[in-house]
Design a protein around this ligand. Structure first.
Ligand code: SF4
Ligand code: SF4
Length: 446
């Protein structure tokens, strides 16, 4: 079941248009640079500072509630972080130049071509997240560090190695993009087999070779395609399509990679821990997470790491083992563990949606006051600077979160069933496990 959106010439023209893309990029880049600037020179009060409010409340809301669930890697298509590095790497902002600049252009090491570094970078950000999310200067340092790292990597390595292998945000977007009802695929694989030059990967005068180091002819899931639309421009056979499709289409085929399996546990565990810290009544836990470098913080960090890298995967291993024993399946435990971790993707995404609803609806009022006075300098650009804080839709929050968690559980149950059929192992223990952790998450949220 696919519906080709690029079948309509207007859609294809808009997606291929570099000027439109540039306009969006410049707007994003301006906002991003202003967020960095506001952290260094604006008010140190987090909920009055543009960087904190527009990155961690406004952007986060759009990303996790809309962009990822509906457009997959749609955010990566407009993200400003890799742009300066990519422009330097290409020696151009628009079409490919006649002469490429002579940078190092190295290939990324084969051993690192996985998402373990992204798992690590996300975990590091998560460990320091309370400080990052509440202190404007620290937010600016993190954003600037990402920008400079992306520039450095753009000069040293070919293509977008920062996005593909390092970016802490890109890693989880890739995981959850598998659930999105949008994809970029080739229309006919046969056409790719006979296409000699493969300009979609190697580039041509019409556009750049895939910046994400993906061969479009081989794409089977959304995880690593950044929806940059270069292949739509370069394919001489009009063989690239952007399709609308059913939710979670990629999850019908279980993962075979341990790095991707662990990404699912890291994200799920982090959502639960965040719910406990930000929404729970435990003041000491909040204090421990905030007091970076203190003994309490080391204790908190050790517990954080133990939950996401130890407890959750170990429990899940036992659960998958029980399913194997029930069906007397021959598939090795490691392979079954990885395959069933795919089923946790929808539940993890819905955990984040449910958590973010609380977080965003409670704090959204700061967006209106901060837009009038983004640096906390006493401006009142749109007359909303003095708008008092109040939470939005409080009456709707609990039913909405319950609905989201139940939908996530059903979605994961269905995915586990499909994985079970594929690997011939009973999905029942995994479904019970998912139900239990959904109850824990509901307890933390509700
Ligand atoms: S350029 Fe087009 S036809 Fe050729 S390999 Fe790429 S997607 Fe396939
Ligand atoms: S060139 Fe095509 S396959 Fe590669 S990231 Fe861009 S849209 Fe995806």
């Amino acid at each position: 079941m696919r519906f080709e959106l690029t079948h309509y010439p207007i859609v294809k023209t808009l997606l291929k248009n570099r000027w439109l893309q540039l306009l969006v990029w410049l707007l994003m880049l301006a906002g991003f640079l202003f967020a960095i600037l506001s952290g260094f020179s604006g008010t140190p009060v987090g909920n009055r500072n543009f960087g904190i409010v527009f990155v961690w409340i406004a952007w986060w809301a759009v990303l996790i509630l809309v962009a990822v669930p509906f457009f997959g890697r749609g955010w990566c298509a407009v993200c400003p972080i890799p742009l300066p590095g990519e422009w330097l790497q290409r020696g151009a902002i628009m079409d490919p130049p006649a002469k490429k600049p002579r940078w190092f252009n190295l290939r990324w090491p084969i051993k690192l071509r996985n998402i373990w570094l992204q798992n690590l970078s996300f975990t590091l950000v998560a460990l320091f997240s309370i400080v990052i999310l509440t202190t404007p200067k620290v937010t600016s340092i993190v954003l600037a560090a990402m920008l400079f790292l992306a520039i450095g990597m753009g000069i040293v390595f070919e293509r977008r190695t920062f996005c593909r292998y390092i970016c802490p945000v890109g890693g989880f977007i890739g995981l959850y993009a598998q659930a999105a009802p949008l994809e970029l695929r080739v229309k006919e694989k046969q056409v790719c087999l006979t296409c000699k030059e493969k300009p979609c990967y190697n580039g041509s005068s019409a556009g750049y070779g895939c910046p994400w180091d993906v061969f479009p002819g081989g794409i089977t899931k959304n995880t690593y395609c950044g929806l940059c639309m270069e292949c739509l421009r370069t394919c001489p056979y009009d063989n690239i399509a952007v399709n609308a499709r059913p939710f979670s289409a990629d999850l019908a085929k279980p993962s075979t990679r341990m790095d991707e399996a662990f990404k699912a546990f890291i994200m799920m565990g982090a959502a639960m821990i965040y719910a406990a810290i930000f929404l729970g009544p435990w003041g000491n836990l909040k204090l421990a997470a905030y007091s970076v470098g203190s003994l309490a913080w080391f204790g908190y960090s050790a517990a954080f790491l133990a939950i996401i890298f130890g407890l959750l995967p170990a429990l899940f291993l036992g659960v998958v083992g029980a399913g194997k024993a029930l069906t007397k399946a021959a598939m090795p435990l490691k392979k079954s563990f990885i395959a069933f971790a795919t089923a946790l993707v929808p539940l993890g995404l819905m955990f984040w949606v449910a958590f973010s609803l609380s977080f965003v609806l409670t704090n959204a009022a700061y967006i209106f006051s901060t837009i009038s006075d983004p640096l906390g300098w006493g401006w009142n650009l749109f007359g909303t600077a003095a708008l008092a804080w109040h939470p939005y839709l409080t009456g709707l929050l609990l039913p909405l979160q319950t609905l989201v968690l139940v939908a996530g559980l059903l979605w994961t149950g269905r995915t586990a069933q499909k994985v079970g059929t594929e690997v011939k192992i009973s999905p029942i223990p995994v479904i019970i496990f998912s139900t239990l952790i959904t109850i824990v998450m509901a307890g933390l949220l509700l």
